[in-house]
Design a protein around this ligand. Sequence first.
Ligand SMILES: [Zn+2]
Length: 326
Amino acid sequence: MSAYFQRHRRLRTTAAMRNLVRETYLHTNDLIYPIFTVEGENVKHEISSMPGVFHYSLDRLEEEIQEVVELGIQSVILFGVPNEKDACGREAYAENGIVQQATRKVKQWAPQLVTMADTCLCQYTDHGHCGMIHDEYVDNDSSLELLVKTAVSQAQAGADVIAPSNMMDGFVAAIRQGLDDAGFINVPVMSYAVKYASQFYGPFRDAAHSTPQFGDRKTYQMDPANRLEAMREAASDVAEGADMLMVKPALAYMDIIREVKDNFDLPVAAYNVSGEYAMIKAAAQRGWVDEKGITLEMLTGLKRAGADMILTYSAKDAARWLKEQN
Ligand SMILES: [Zn+2]
């Protein structure tokens, strides 16, 4: 009988055997934790659509950073929610902008932590778009100048990685040139190379107060139906000098993660976005899914798909669970 079929179950007989043949491992080193900073004092407000994720004012941020460090997480990405917004997002590139201040603080408290800065304008513009508006259209080239100013000011504040999320054409080349001219030749660019115009960003827009006040982001973010276009976007960013490539969102785009990984030889990041996080939290709170099991399975799946690193709001939970397992 055994001559006619394979006994795959031989390699699954015990936990030790399964560990021996496991192909993919999730490690705390793989995780990048997104943090939202706000102006004001003594603010630690939970974001209602993202349980367990908070807005922090700078005087409360240290407790969060200490927790991240204690959990063994080695990388964070900072987002800022300013008080003042205007048409050209001035607070994005202000020397004392919220992200610039937060970056200086984090590097002071935890110099070893890889501190990434999100480089975009949408949290800072009163219209909520990621660039400058001309005749109700997001103008590409004038936006680049402001994004370069933002990136350079973030590097000046001590950011270890610049992470532009704006999806303007030529943003990597412009930012690379700007960083080099300002003397930051060793600051890498983690490009949001493949970013889709997705419904999975809903809770983030709540958190970052960055909902567009008119229209949508479909003229600059990608159509979820497209795969080949993702390869063109990634190829441009590689040619422009990106050091890492990101795919965002993660779960509905695992084929794209795999394809970017197979086609380019740069490290690939997957952004496990707010909507993905919120769905699991909501289902877990109702007792419909096991949060720990499903979260670790999802993150492992993203690694299996080809992600070398994962930006995830579950980073602290995952780090805790991974510690328990060891
Ligand atoms: Zn944006």
